[in-house]
Design a protein around this ligand. Structure first.
Ligand code: ZN
Length: 210
């Protein structure tokens, strides 16, 4: 156990139980360490009652009202999300991503006008995540029953991402054209500092200039 962690645990013991419990809840959030958890809890306690009530209400409402889209599994407060129900989206293109954060990242580019399918993770035998735990059966069903003509795999370039891409490509190729987004060098980066895997992928993903 780190020195800081021991220090925080000692400090926590001097807090009243409700405060310790609140700090503990914050600490369970991703990316929040003991120091930040303590800061957030103490900050909230200093806020007016009205602000705290609004915060709790927003959190509860979000948990109660937000569910997964029945078609693409993106988060939505309706049965079918705004992207799936948008008549201007290209129904021939289906971009497969691991989770909703990836969808939001692609949406920010404003370049992609097709639909999405959120897998809910990546195949990872090390972490015990098998294909049946992801939205893969629904993907195959969707591709075979709708007007999708191209599936674009936009999964993280990692062992898990590559395993999932290969698995999906084998499964979907009999029905539809399957492509993968190009992986390469980040804009503004120096070529000489790129690692071998990134450079190899950049070379493999080369395209015509004109
Ligand atoms: Zn949807």
């Amino acid at each position: 156990m780190s020195k800081f962690r021991i220090y925080v645990l000692r400090a926590l013991s001097s807090f009243t139980k409700p405060l310790s419990r609140l700090i503990d809840q914050f600490e369970q959030l991703p990316g929040i360490g003991p120091r930040t958890a303590q800061r957030l809890a103490l900050y909230l306690l200093r806020q007016p009652d009205e602000k705290i009530k609004n915060f709790s209400k927003a959190l509860l409402n979000a948990c109660e009202q937000i569910d997964q889209c029945k078609s693409c599994f993106h988060l939505t407060s309706n049965e079918i999300c705004e992207i799936c129900s948008n008549v201007h989206r290209n129904k021939n293109l289906l971009c497969v991503i691991a989770d909703s954060r990836d969808l939001l990242a692609i949406e920010r580019t404003r370049e992609y006008k097709g639909l999405y399918h959120v897998l809910g993770g990546l195949i990872s035998p090390m972490d015990g995540i098998s294909p049946d735990m992801l939205q893969i059966t629904t993907l195959v069903e969707r591709v075979s029953k709708t007007e999708v003509s191209e599936v674009i795999l936009a999964l993280t370039p990692s062992v898990e991402g590559d395993t999932t891409s290969l698995y999906l490509a084998k499964l979907l190729t009999p029905f539809v054209k399957v492509t993968r987004i190009a992986y390469g060098l980040p804009v503004g980066s120096e070529l000489e500092y790129a690692d071998e895997v990134t450079l190899t992928r950049a070379l493999e993903g080369r395209t015509n200039i004109i």
